[in-house]
Design a protein around this ligand. Sequence first.
Ligand code: PLP
Length: 278
Amino acid sequence: MLQIRGINAVSIVAPSDQSFPMTKVAACLEEDPGITHLCFVHCETTTGVVNPLRPMVELATRHGVRTIIDAMSSFGAVEISAREVPFDVLVTSSNKCIEGPPGVSFVVASLETLDSKTSETNSFVLDVRDQWRNFEQTGEWRSTPPTHVVQACAKALEELAIEGVVRRGERYASVRDAVIRATGPYASPLLDPRDRSPVCLALTARDVVRTQEDLDALYAHLVEYNLYIYTKLHLPTRSFRIGCMGCIDPMWIRLLGIAFEDFFQLHSMNPEATRAAV
Ligand SMILES: *Cc1c(COP(=O)(O)O)cnc(C)c1O
């Protein structure tokens, strides 16, 4: 996205199954005083790692660098306090832990940031400031809003307010732990317990699920039980993911355990059988 807009960027590459290497980030900011913004993902949905929000923001602030946080898969289930963690911009949307339909995104930014005139806009669609001013002045969207999505999202936010972020996070965590128990004999969590988010769980079953074709076979097997997991194998870690967001019936997790048992037992008797089935 930055390349398309002609904005220079340095990327800090780190393994996706570990939380951010703070020393690497600090070294990067020290080496390059030209850096103005630090953009990072709070919960890395690829593996479920929760990155250290407060230390990252504090580090950036010490260097006079502004922060932009992708909180897509944490907002609504992981506590984030704008009072305690002075980030500049945080972005999320309606379709993950808010449990609404896809179609609306949210930007949380200080009035100071919104009001500043530090940069020219280079996009109409992504001009949050212009949309914000328009809301303030006329109460209206600049173009036709997705009305049904907005209504459903407003309802979802009401329900989030009733349940509360902490309890929602706990509910997802108990789904995650039940999935770990149900799949335990056949698959193991990729991450250390301290790095695991409540939002999604990355599992590995190294003897059986090694390639995308192997995961395709497991996926097709689960579909027969009317269970749907994320389709892609994360190749660097050979892990696959199960989401814990939304309204998950405990019965589905028990069924998942049975489906795993059927799949992995069949596979241990005849490793080619599952592949042949696909
Ligand atoms: C889901 C996700 C996105 C993409 O958001 P969509 O609105 O679903 O396209 C971006 N970043 C992270 C960390 C996500 O989990």
